[in-house]
Design a protein around this ligand. Structure first.
Ligand code: COA
Length: 329
């Protein structure tokens, strides 16, 4: 038994900022950003929220799967940027969709590995027969936690949501490869804005303008980590499942930086055509990047029955993860 993807959806905010717009905020240029990252523009929330984007992406995934919301047993949302702490984003999605029979939970803090970890979690529930259907969502409003005065980070991030519907079906359940290295967590951080403690820190409210309340990153350290660990974890997940590179049709990597994706392809000695990218349009949308890309490929007719996909995420924690899935025949 396995959890097969049988529908996808996404929601992208309409408002965009291209590299020239960013160059009005910080000392940078379109040329520099394109060359170092491959990013051309990013979409930014205006009236949308993490919850509203997650709900719309989920609704579109259900429509694509031809399922009603009541048929969903589990809703899992990966996010680091929910606009609400309580109730969790997954419960808000449940309410908005009318998925009255679903168990709902968020996977917080898993950042750019979030969708792969959420997919693994849902797939494990489905392959063990605990639930029959799952809606797995990655949704992020990173613009709300980005320091728009820091050129080392604000050029990179964007907002959006993607979703996949999984159904328990006969088939092989592949083992995932997942790693965490908390000792290197300082490379990518964002402190809680809710540190004001009404009892013990009454007078110590720290302004949200302070830089540490936004994403802070050692760009070079994260870059080096990604180009080393992603090829390693891809090799590991292939070996774990006795598969070779020739068994993989497409590598769906977290969309952080074109140079990272190209370096991974080179290290694996795989053609770049097997690594679809859309980061030029959206920037890095953290947990949303993989399901947005999956949805775009699906709607463009590039996902075919029986194809094997390899998903790989990496980011804050530090965490990195890879999973293999087979599309239903
Ligand atoms: N515009 C123009 N110049 C910039 C700049 C910007 N936005 N950001 C940095 N620079 C400058 C630096 O100040 C430095 O100048 P100097 O040589 O005069 O000191 C020079 O460009 C090189 O900086 P460096 O930090 O070495 O650039 P880089 O090639 O490492 O690119 C990143 C920076 C952030 C694009 C790159 O490190 C990266 O993509 N890292 C991974 C980030 C990531 O993907 N994070 C999320 C993972 S989930």
């Amino acid at each position: 038994m396995t959890g097969s993807i049988c529908g996808t959806g996404s929601y992208i905010p309409r408002f965009t900022m291209d590299n020239n717009d960013i160059a009005k905020l910080v000392d940078t240029s379109d040329e520099w950003i394109r060359e170092r990252t491959g990013i051309i523009r990013r979409h930014i929330i205006k009236e949308e929220t993490t919850v509203s984007m997650a709900s719309e992406a989920g609704k579109r995934a259900l429509e694509n799967a031809g399922m009603d919301a009541e048929e969903i047993d589990l809703i899992l949302v990966a996010t680091i940027s929910s606009n609400v702490l309580l109730p969790c984003t997954a419960c808000e999605v449940q309410k908005n969709l009318g998925a009255v029979n679903a168990v709902c939970l968020d996977l917080g803090g898993t950042a750019c590995s979030g969708f792969v970890l959420a997919y693994n979690t849902a797939e494990a529930y489905l392959s063990w027969g605990i639930y029959k259907t799952a809606l797995v969502i990655g949704s992020e409003s990173l613009s709300a936690i980005t320091n728009w005065g820091d050129r080392g980070t604000c050029i990179l991030f964007g907002d959006g949501a993607g979703a996949a519907v999984l159904k328990a079906q006969e088939g092989v359940s592949y083992l995932p490869a997942v790693h965490s290295d908390g000792a290197k967590g300082d490379a990518l951080t964002c402190r809680s804005r809710y540190e004001v403690n009404g009892i013990t820190k009454k007078d110590s409210y720290i302004s949200a303008e302070e830089n540490e309340y936004f994403i802070q990153m050692d760009g070079q350290a994260v870059f080096k980590f990604a180009v080393k660990k992603v090829p390693e974890v891809i090799g590991e997940v292939l070996e774990l499942n006795s598969l070779g590179k020739e068994d993989i049709d497409l590598y769906i990597l977290h969309q952080a930086n074109r140079r990272i994706v190209e370096a991974v392809a080179k290290r694996l000695e795989e053609p770049i055509e097997k690594f679809p990218m859309n980061l030029q349009e959206y920037g890095n949308t953290s947990s949303a990047s993989i399901p947005i890309l999956l949805d775009e490929l699906n709607r463009a007719g590039r996902l075919k029955p029986g194809q094997r996909l390899l998903l790989a995420g990496f980011g804050a924690g530090l965490t990195w993860a890879a999973s293999i899935l087979r599309l239903p025949e």
